[in-house]
Design a protein around this ligand. Sequence first.
Ligand code: ATP
Length: 537
Amino acid sequence: RLEPLTAILDRAAHTWPDRTAIAFRNWRCTYAQLRQRAGRFAAGLRGLGVAPGDRVAIMLPNLPQTLVSYWGALYAGATVVFVNPLYMETELTHILEDSGAKVLVVLDLLLARHSRLLRGSKLERILVTRVSGALGFPLNWLYRLKAWREGKLPPLDLDGSRVLAWEPTLARAPLFDPGEDPARDLAMLQYTGGTTGLAKGVMLTHRNLSVNIQQARSILYSIGESPEVFLGLLPFFHIYGLMVNVNFATDCGATIIPLPRFDPLDTLKAIHNNKPTVFPGTPSVYMALMQQKDLPRYDLKSVRFCISGSAPLPIELQRRFAEVTEAELVEGYGLTEASPFTHINPLVGNRKEGSIGLPFPDTMARIVDTADPGKDVPPGAPGELLVKGPQVMAGYWNRPRDTDEVLRDGWLHTGDVAVMDQDGYFFIVDRKKDMIISGGYNIYPREIEEVLHAHPKIADVAAVGVPHRTRGEVVKAYVVPVPGSGLTRAEVLAWCREKLAAYKTPKYVEFLDELPKTFVGKVLRRVLRDRPGEQKP
Ligand code: ATP
């Protein structure tokens, strides 16, 4: 089907008008009400002069307002630009300038934090939502609202004319058809995580995003057969959280429980109390939960499906997870440039451990020589993963050269090294740029990490390449020991020597309390590589 993304919410509001769409603490809103609120927001934006194709930036954590402003901006025909609410000055300035956003929707406390920057920006309007404002949320703990109220944080000092409070302004003007040409109109400019450098705006059309939902639905078809409750923990401002917790959940007519921040214990409590049936997460989220001492005290049995993505799911964790919960844990793979999903393990049928599964319908995947992208490699051999399909982005915003580099003849060069087995299942080996070259050998950190993850005294691990005088690079392992386990370096090295070839065995091992990670749980290898650290064997 070729349709604007908003058709998903239209359908949900039509099919399940009285179903709860959002449950946030004591606050509820049905699909009919969500559709109505989004429509009002859209009308308000149009009344403020937002025209189709204008960029509307949204800088909010997971809150009901995030969903209302996302759908509302889409109904207004605008292009949504999500901004991580934790971004600091440089990142925020870059995104606002690069996207040319006309309007920013922001939480009052963030407005206070960035007031100087925003005053100097080219934004025409700033819409401020208050955590305890129009929608009445008792959210005093979030972003230190109390401290702000008590004057312990700087006051709002913006030029009042550009700052509007949320609801009263946003209820006029007629509606119109969003995404008139779904294949061309941009629904979003989604800035890449910046794990590897300056964030680029990925242009995603209405068609890209709605197709990805249809593709996911054809595989995950049993999700949504009965009313579902999604635990909205993954950030809505990241493409993975947006796709599963917002777009896919809405397509299922599910109740979404937004959780604005991650705390392992609070998450266990939220599952125990709210009884979600679907819990999309990342390996680091699942890992943190499995490590909680109080885990057995909480009832997780309501959860039937977990979807893991965004980083490799260690096989050991997958096994442990299956022992503790009765949920199906399926691993998928994707990237912002592909809206994001391209691969997933089948819900019903053969699931392979350590695999990202099979390509989505209508999606072609190839593995090519890392040094010569014109040459396909045979099954079993590692190479760069290329994908082609209707979910692949239109390109990078204002960066034709970057676009040409990754999109060639419609094939998206993912930058990930993968292997396809004889049955057509794909396995991510590692990112091309994370590969360690030591004495002429290629080493993939993931292999070393899988070995170390299996050690009972190791809670988390990351392997990186560090410079070496004669070998070019050597492996260094950053290890997070299980607290109180008394793990020693000698034990780590002995374990590796037993299970890995000599050139893959870490030359250096350093213990850390935790690994630096992004908000979706990807290890920040750049930070580890740049760490001065001790380099003791
Ligand atoms: P940037 O592109 O700026 O570096 P990013 O890599 O975090 O940021 P995303 O689009 O969020 O951008 O992430 C996509 C990447 O996540 C993939 O290219 C891949 O490396 C990794 N990834 C996603 N799913 C999996 C998975 N199941 N297993 C291993 N890696 C995964």
